[in-house]
Design a protein around this ligand. Structure first.
Ligand code: PLZ
Length: 452
């Protein structure tokens, strides 16, 4: 077991699971009661333990419980919580100045983050970036840029897609509950296409890539018209929608189709980006080069930052002053991003992600062989999921997914669910998690299935 002596958060935390109360314990329950009379009900909690410190592969709560983290705050703390290079750069920056607004008086950190984005994102063409605060804001801006660059309006998105909770991104997001219900009317000129979802493709997984491509391009032709389409936006591995991995060949064909029709191909890598899937970006897996790429989450080790990076001529088609926002590319968030990207490179976190996948996938496949409720094991690197369905069918089993998640939480393992049908358990450990904790987490998951 890896142990450290520091009592603070960050990687100095003892890297072990330790339960000293029930989950949630009395201190968390007291905070939860305060929360209930002060915080809006619409903002939910997956697991109501209140965190006081976190680092490496653990979260420590107000009762002193130490939980194994298979969530990374939804794929954000890939470099670990309070990672040393992030905290030192953030501390330095926060003591220098906290804000000027880049649109008023610029500073180097913003430029340096854009340089790093140009270096790490797919393709060696000339690139430009613009920085924002959240993933949804990045997606909004990618659509604005694509519309401006093409003079077209239609945007094509997919079944099971998730792109955010603002008005335009709600329209792009597929799932009604909880994201869209009664929040309409939604933005127009959004067209939804079937997703290449191997497990659920009617013709079966082998035919999924070719058939899905034909269906999508046929529908675009018949219902929208290629010349009206500004952009096709897709998550190279879908996140909230269920960690749906399109079959090999689908994304390259789609990117090529877009190129042929003057359509901007936007890869939403907000969840998949920054080494999560075992490459710097999920598009790298098949050598796909998107015209625009949206990033957030893992970019800044937990500081709120997002970006749109893309072909220089497309990005710069927008008039001066057409993009921006008060806080976009805040200097403290930029310092965090420089620390996070430096960590990814110095510690080969893409390699760590591949190693995590190599450990997780065989154990989960073995579990699936033993338990017919597991219909699929999928994902890449440290973005892994299991989809649950009634034995011998594809009928989603969301109740089983939430039962397993609850059992894991009670045992001190933070797992998340996802999927259009709520029947997917997803695993997103910090890329710096110790292998002993990773193995222990998998054992707890196996125990949860054994206890069904
Ligand atoms: N695009 C691919 O995964 C955020 C959402 C959590 P924001 N996913 C987590 C929730 O329930 O709100 C996400 C994503 C992809 C866009 C977004 C949106 O990013 O930073 O949450 O706005």
């Amino acid at each position: 077991m890896t142990t450290f002596s520091s009592p603070e958060g960050g990687p100095g935390l003892p890297q072990r699971r330790r339960l000293v109360t029930e989950i949630p314990g009395p201190a968390s329950r007291q905070l939860l009661a305060r929360r209930e009379s002060a915080v809006a009900r619409g903002v939910s909690n997956m697991l109501p333990v209140f965190i006081t410190a976190a680092g490496g592969g653990v979260l420590v709560d107000a009762d002193g419980n130490s939980l194994i983290d298979f969530g990374s705050g939804i794929a954000v703390t890939s470099v670990g919580n309070s990672a040393p290079r992030v905290t030192s750069r953030v501390q330095e920056q926060v003591a220098q100045f906290t804000h000027t607004c880049f649109m008023v008086t610029p500073y180097e950190g913003y430029v340096a983050v854009c340089e790093e984005l140009a270096r790490h994102t797919p393709g060696d063409h000339e690139k430009r970036s613009a920085l924002f605060n959240s993933g949804a804001e990045a997606v909004e801006n990618a659509v604005k840029i694509a519309r401006h660059a093409t003079g077209r309006q239609a945007v094509v998105a997919f079944d099971h897609a998730y792109h955010g909770r603002t008005n335009l991104t709600m329209a792009l997001t597929a799932k009604n509950m909880p994201y869209k219900d009664k929040f309409g009317p939604f933005a127009g000129e959004i067209y939804r296409m079937p997703m290449a979802y191997p497990l659920r493709w009617p013709g079966g997984p082998e035919r999924c890539a070719a058939e899905a491509f034909d269906v999508v391009t046929g529908l675009i032709h018949a219902q929208v018209g290629e010349d009206n389409v500004a952009a096709v936006i897709i998550e190279p591995i879908q996140g909230e929608g269920g960690f749906v991995v399109p079959p090999d060949g689908f994304l390259p064909a789609l990117a090529q189709y877009c190129r042929g029709h003057g359509i901007v191909f936007i890869a939403d890598e907000i969840q998949t980006g920054f080494c999560r899937t075992g490459d710097w970006f999920a598009c790298d897996h098949e050598g796909v080069v998107p015209d625009l790429i949206t990033t957030a989450k893992g970019i800044a080790g937990g500081m709120p930052l997002a970006a749109v990076t893309g072909r220089a001529e497309m990005m710069d088609s927008v008039h001066v002053g057409g993009l921006g926002g008060t806080y976009g590319g805040n200097p403290v968030a930029c310092a965090g991003a420089l620390g996070a990207m430096e960590t990814m490179e110095a510690e080969d976190l893409a390699g760590r992600a591949r190693r995590i996948g190599d450990i997780m996938l065989p154990r989960l496949r073995k579990l699936a062989e033993a338990d017919p409720v597991i219909a699929d094991v999928r994902g890449r690197g440290a973005m892994i999921a299991i989809e649950l369905a009634e034995a011998g069918s594809l009928e989603p089993a969301p109740a089983v997914a939430s039962q397993i998640a609850k059992a894991c939480h009670a045992a001190g393992l933070v797992v998340l669910t996802c999927g259009t049908f709520g029947n997917v358990l997803r695993f997103l450990p910090p890329l710096v998690i110790g292998e002993d904790l990773l193995e222990e987490g998998l054992s707890l998951l196996e125990d949860a299935f054994a206890g069904l």
